[in-house]
Design a protein around this ligand. Structure first.
Ligand code: PEP
Ligand code: MG
Length: 588
């Protein structure tokens, strides 16, 4: 617990880190996590114990069958070690001792199946954590995974959770697949223990417009289920059971924010041109097809980054070629004639799908990710390329390669692209033979060979969320590394400048699609570094356009030159903050 204001007479105030800005008000709803030691919302005694035990046994059977399907579908592709883990999990789900333990708990303590699973898995997990044998200790992760699978079978996933109106979800951590299913009309906010601003969960929450505060230790125990909560995800505060004067103060702020949003909405129809006449492209980042409408309303100059992972995430299997093509066609037709940049599936590291388990490795962020992973799974790559090509026959789309390390990966994808084109041609399907292909600059090697990549491709896209992490060796998802994960490090600014120059030399466009593109605090600096194309979350389109309209490239260039030569990120930040204060901040 982190009491923030000890003098607060009534409710508790917790201090965390804002992950997705905004204000939220509602009722705390603890998200159950089997074995996670979290209090489960449903602790009511079960009425029919026999029925609960059968429900539990059926959930185990379904979970085991699901695992078997995954193992058979991808086992060969992911190697025997992973297949072995899956098989061991299946065996445990069919293990009489485990089944008996939970059934007995249901009967002895008159518990619902969910609560009994949560308790038993939690206890076994704790016991395994105590043993000396490192092999057995490692099995606790499998156990938690099994608990989670059975739990999700029982609750049929978070979608079926009995969320109150205006729920404030409280959980130690949320998986991207869970966040992808949240309905912003029901979920007024999220409070988590883990979470860093650059994490995919935070990006997703921002794109959904759900205010969120993270990095609150032991949050599940600090916020009682059912208590009224006010979330200030601008300052990073969580008011549990807030007092009246706090509520009044925030009601005023909320009215101000509504007026601010209305002002920004007017920006949609105004051109993003600087005071000295330089036109800047501001496109939208889409996390899923449903974001398209917000992008259109915000006046986006097309889509600069369509993250395709979420269509894969919300299904229990790979989407088919037809499904992928239908999703993309819907987005591209709505935005036509503006172009849509489709990023190939970018998984690996912390982004995985339950049906596509990746080998457990010591350093997942430095293992196969993005394009490299796709090259290792040609069927997945082929299906996605075919889907994009099919849409390119009717709409303006292009392909973006994530996590490119150098020219060889681009060439390998070009090879697959040529093969996919040949197949489609032989089937008589129309496609755009000149489909544009771009590379993301997200790792230092790609930045260093940006000249070659710019020549080899049609455009570049700077993914600063990952570039900062790999350049500075600081995990983007790890709150403890946030002191080192700093976009304003001189190494980052100098790298951005050199990539911009490389693209310019090759006559290719470079877009910045990392999160800093969406933050008005950075806009002037980025213009000064030479960037003329941004791609941002739809809700940030207005504020970034506004910032561009009040900047001058001449002044911005001088600012960028001055701060890039400073030796530390603190000096750079201080210089920008002074400038920001002088200009009166965003919408000043
Ligand atoms: C990036 O790394 O900046 C990026 C846009 O990709 P993602 O955040 O999806 O990894
Ligand atoms: Mg990235």
């Amino acid at each position: 617990m982190t009491p923030f204001d000890a003098s607060s007479r009534g409710g508790l105030v917790l201090k965390g880190v804002p992950l997705s800005p905004g204000l939220g008000r509602g009722t705390a709803c603890l998200l159950p996590q089997a074995g996670g030691g979290l209090p489960v919302a449903d602790r009511k005694p079960a009425a029919d114990l026999g029925a609960e035990a059968s429900r539990f046994a059926a959930a185990c059977r379904r979970a085991a069958a699901g695992l078997e399907q995954i193992r058979l579908a991808v086992g060969a592709a992911v190697g025997t070690a992973v297949a072995g883990i899956l098989e061991a999990q299946e065996l445990l789900l069919r293990d009489a001792v485990f089944l008996d333990l939970v059934s007995k708990r249901i009967h002895d303590k008159k518990l619902s199946a969910e609560t009994a699973v949560s308790e038993v898995v939690g206890e076994l997990d704790h016991a395994l954590g105590q043993v000396e044998d490192p092999y057995l200790r490692e099995r606790s992760a499998d156990l938690r995974d099994i608990g989670q699978r059975v739990y999700l079978e029982l609750t049929a996933g978070v979608r079926q959770l009995d969320l109150p109106e205006a729920a404030i979800l409280v959980a130690p951590e949320l998986a991207p697949s869970v966040v992808a299913t949240l309905d912003p009309r029901r979920v007024s906010g999220v409070v988590t223990e883990l979470g860093a601003k650059a994490s995919h969960v935070a990006i997703l929450l921002r794109s959904l417009g759900i205010p969120a505060v993270g990095a609150i230790p032991d949050v599940a125990r600090s916020v009682p289920a059912g208590s009224p909560v006010l979330l200030d995800a601008i300052a990073g505060l969580v008011f549990v059971d807030p007092e009246d004067h706090v509520l009044r103060e925030y009601a005023r702020l909320e009215a101000d924010l509504v007026a601010h949003d209305a002002l920004l909405a007017q920006e949609a129809s105004r051109p993003a041109v600087t005071t000295d006449g330089v036109a800047v492209r501001v496109a939208a980042n889409l996390g899923k097809a449903a974001d398209t409408e917000a992008a259109v309303r915000g006046g986006a100059d097309g889509v600069g980054l369509f993250r395709t992972e979420f269509a894969f995430d919300i299904r229990g299997r790979f989407p088919t070629e037809d499904e992928q093509a239908a999703i993309l066609r819907g987005v591209a037709e709505r935005l036509a004639p503006k172009p849509v940049v489709v990023r190939l599936l970018d998984i690996g590291a912390e982004k995985t799908f339950p049906y596509f388990p990746l080998p457990a490795v010591a350093n997942p962020a430095l293992h196969l990710r993005g394009t490299r992973l796709l090259l290792a799974h040609p069927e997945v790559l082929r299906t996605q390329l075919r889907a994009i090509l099919r849409v390119s026959g009717h709409c303006s789309v292009s392909v973006l390669l994530p996590m490119v390390g150098g020219v060889e990966e681009v060439r390998a994808v070009k090879h697959s692209l040529a093969a996919a084109k040949a197949e489609l041609a032989s089937e008589g399907t129309t496609f755009d033979d000149a489909l544009l292909l771009g590379a993301m600059i997200e790792v230092p090697s790609a930045a260093l060979v940006a000249d070659d990549l710019a020549r080899e491709t049609d455009f570049l896209s700077l993914g600063t969320n990952d570039l900062v992490q790999y350049l500075l060796a600081a995990d983007r998802d790890e709150p403890a590394m946030s002191g080192y994960y700093r976009a304003l490090h001189p190494a980052v600014l100098r790298t951005l400048r050199s990539v911009v120059l490389a693209a310019r030399r090759a006559g290719k466009e470079v877009t910045l699609c990392g999160e800093i593109a969406a933050d008005p605090f950075y806009t002037e600096l980025l213009l000064g570094l030479g960037l003329r194309s941004f791609s941002v979350a739809p809700r940030q389109l207005g504020v970034v356009r506004h910032e561009i309209r009040r900047a001058s490239v001449r002044t911005a260039t001088a600012l960028a030159r001055r701060v890039s030569s400073l030796p530390t990120r603190d000096e750079i930040r201080a210089a920008l903050e002074r400038r920001w204060e002088r200009c009166g901040g965003a919408l000043g």
